[in-house]
Ligand binder design. Sequence first.
Ligand code: PEP
Ligand code: MN
Length: 337
Amino acid sequence: MIVILKPNPNPSQLSHLKTWLESKNVSIHESVGDSHIILGLVGDTSKLDMDLISAIDIVEDVKRVQEPYKNANRKFHEEDTVIKVGNTQIGGGTLTVMAGPCSVENEEQMLSVARSVKAAGATILRGGAFKPRTSPYAFQGLGKEGIDLLKLARKETGLPIITEIMEISQLPLFDDVDIIQVGTRNMQNFNLLRELGRQEKPVMIKRGMSATYEEWLMSAEYVMASGNENVILCERGIRTFESFTRNTLDIAAIPVLKKLSHFPVIIDPSHATGKSALVPNLAMAAVAGGADGVMIEVHNDPSKAWCDGPQSLNPEAFEKMNKKLIALHSFMKTMED
Ligand code: PEP
Ligand code: MN
């Protein structure tokens, strides 16, 4: 249920209303927008008398929220969520370009990719230290050493870093990481999501490869329900009957998520296609379609990459693409209504 307040409510009436609502065993999520304050109520609201609440002086309107996701719902939080990391922000009209290798391999590779993506205008550096691989015999990532190399690359370039967590026990290693990534295979690892909700770092949740929008938003709800509001959503392609591409990029996710929720939306055309030649066009489609940014795999020598070489751009291709993305993003701003 949401309670929409009249502009500038009397503070003592507001605090009285909140105390009364809390006494009914619902928790309150207060969202202060430009024109209104919205109280989002989570819990068993079935016994709350809507007419009684509507009759209160400072209340403008009361509505039931049918969707199972509450804190993640645009109805609870009218304004876009904007996430600050380092000197940059994600959402709020900026173009976020996360770029870097699929996996961190060694110092030379990591620093070389980091320097080139920084020079080409990337805003966040990616790199996998813990790799969820289909085969137990494939390279599983450098683990802690990989995170240390990412930190070194951050020191060199000033770019904030994002990397994937696979299980709760790894969390202490993420203390000094800027954004924690939850991969497609862990989107419904509810224990992990809950734990990530108990800390404050931004969490980027990639869409489960067969997850509906609602399931995906429920994963965001898990993080928010334990107290962390810094959630980013990343569409990375879903499984369909098409096998030419690794997955099928669901561009509709952008306007749908923007309508249903308030999170920044990032598109990952690398995992969506599995083919580097297709990446620039889909990155352009993402920016034209209203995404807040993209995540792109870049390798200094894709043919020698330990993981996901075929979908990785080389630094030159990345630079060429990023110039176009930046120009397109500026053009799209002129089209805003
Ligand atoms: C990744 O971004 O490194 C990754 C493993 O992606 P996904 O979880 O989307 O497969
Ligand atoms: Mn990859």
